[in-house]
Design a protein around this ligand. Structure first.
Ligand code: ADP
Length: 268
């Protein structure tokens, strides 16, 4: 009996640890030149969340992303990703990122571009190809798998970048202003595609930086509004996941209410 209680307790602990993908507790970052980039950052990102970060330039959004991915260390506080250090999480391919600048190999085909991370891991050719086709299908580009990226539009290149990020089936996807350089129509259709992908990959959480309050209101389950330097989390706005994201939502009074709320938090 005692034994089974112990097991139950362990299971309970495991479950909660699994549900929190990113834990930031009182995190502070001071760069070597003395710049305090962020301070007192407290945030827990759970499995299956879509969290957008908005805030003025220089408030520390990229710094938070760089700490979560292990590109830079935090100076104080606690930071864990999937219950471990960012470096370990990266080593196990649990984290992937997408930037505005897609850095695709111009001479390689789309299939070769998206499968590069798996080839580097030495996986069997057949599996590499199957996974490449899977992610190119997810972003609607399977028919283009044998063409090089130079033949593609900006929006299509971004879809390839997303496919490449998804190839390792990450639990956490970080996106730093991925759609910033795209025209509005392309941006909106990529937002819908991204939400479709996120809905399919139920457990994957997305952390997303944007300057666009409409984008934040459309995509997020939570919007983190940051204050100017040194960056802190000013407000967190919840947007119910149950709301279907579609044209009706985009043109609804409720959507405008969220946009207004985010905008007014940004002004404080
Ligand atoms: P955001 O992404 O919100 O624009 P950043 O995280 O890029 O903000 O920057 C936050 C602050 O930290 C800014 O004042 C920026 O100048 C500073 N900063 C960013 N990277 C470095 C660095 N490597 N060394 C010193 N200061 C930095």
């Amino acid at each position: 009996m005692i034994h089974s209680n112990v097991i139950q307790k362990e299971k309970a602990v495991d479950k909660s640890a699994k549900n929190v993908l990113v834990n930031l507790a009182n995190v502070r970052k001071v760069y070597p030149n003395g710049t305090v980039a962020v301070t007192n950052v407290n945030l827990q990102a759970g499995e299956g969340e879509f969290i957008c970060f908005v805030g003025p330039s220089g408030c520390g959004k990229s710094t938070i992303f760089n700490m979560v991915t292990g590109l830079t260390d935090h100076s104080q506080g606690e930071l864990s990703v999937l219950g471990t250090t960012p470096a370990q999480a990266r080593k196990h391919n649990e984290i992937a990122f997408v930037f505005q600048d897609h850095t695709l190999l111009p001479w390689a085909t789309l299939l070769e571009n998206v499968t590069l991370p798996l080839k580097l891991r030495g996986l069997p050719k057949k599996q590499v190809k199957a996974e490449g086709e899977r992610v190119l299908t997810l972003v609607g580009l399977k028919d283009h798998m044998n063409v090089p990226p130079r033949q593609l539009s900006g929006g299509m290149k971004m879809r390839v970048s997303i496919a490449r990020a998804l190839i390792t089936r990450p639990k956490l996807l970080l996106m730093d202003e991925p759609f910033g350089a795209l025209d509005e129509i392309t941006r909106q259709s990529l937002q819908d595609e991204l939400l479709n992908i996120w809905n399919k990959e139920k457990e994957m959480s997305v952390l997303f930086i944007t300057h666009n309050v409409f984008e934040a209101a459309y995509l997020s389950t939570r919007v983190v509004v940051m204050t100017p330097r040194p960056g802190k989390i000013g407000d967190i706005i919840n947007i119910p996941t149950s709301k279907k994201r579609d044209e009706d939502f985009r043109t609804s009074d409720e959507f405008n209410k969220y946009v207004g709320e985010i905008s007014s938090c940004l002004k404080h």
